[in-house]
Design a protein around this ligand. Sequence first.
Ligand SMILES: [Zn+2]
Length: 275
Amino acid sequence: MFVNTKEMLVKAREEHYMVIGAQCWSLNTAQALINTATELNMPLILMLWEGAPEPMADLEVIANFVKVHAGKTHVPIALHLDHAHNIDTIYQAIHAGFSSVMFDGSELPFDENVAATCEVVKMAHACGVTVEAELGHVGGMSGVAAGDDNNSTLTVPEEARKFVELTGVDSLAVSIGTVHGVYAGEPHIDMERLKKIYNEVDVPLVLHGGSGTGIELLQETMQYGISKLNVMTDLMNATSVAVSDGSFLPDLDIYAAVADCVKGYMEPLTKPMLK
Ligand SMILES: [Zn+2]
């Protein structure tokens, strides 16, 4: 079932579980993810980043592929454009058939982030597409160890409330200590900050930089409104290991590695659908 991210995330927030936003970088990855969600009887969000390489650069190809395969399963599957900085890319994704988009204005001043996010929300909602935005900035880069200079700025709870009221976004990515890529040391999650944001904001919250955070900490965050968890680095690392261990069938090995890795997140964090 091909859906947007609205209902699945509202339900996840109410029932204190997370839907995994898994990055896909090939049709093979997308297929492995959809099949895993079906096997586990759980909702899933497939994500593609702005500027992904061929063949994923053709947003229509990936949207059509995901729609066809999502249409064959009973579990909710959404296709989400991750970290778009460019409103043109968001327009292209909506036109291609994506059901959910993220506008990332997290490095803009508050007012500019609000203004640009409002524009995206207006366009996306007119097309039935859901919108995630980010306030505060989750720093670091995928696949790269984040040091003290990871340029994160933490989300201010009071600003988060204002931002959601002014923009009408469907979900909000918050910065509470996770980083993109690999942690330089132990993750330090500001749980008190998250609790305050949860009390101020009534839309589902999104945690970027899920890889390496640890399941116990993640389970704690889902008690305080985190309803979507983005995972990329661990998926990519798992596939690198699978193809570097002397395999002769890299496509099949990638498929299995993606399925195993995403299961490691979905099983303890997502709730199965009622049968
Ligand atoms: Zn991210």
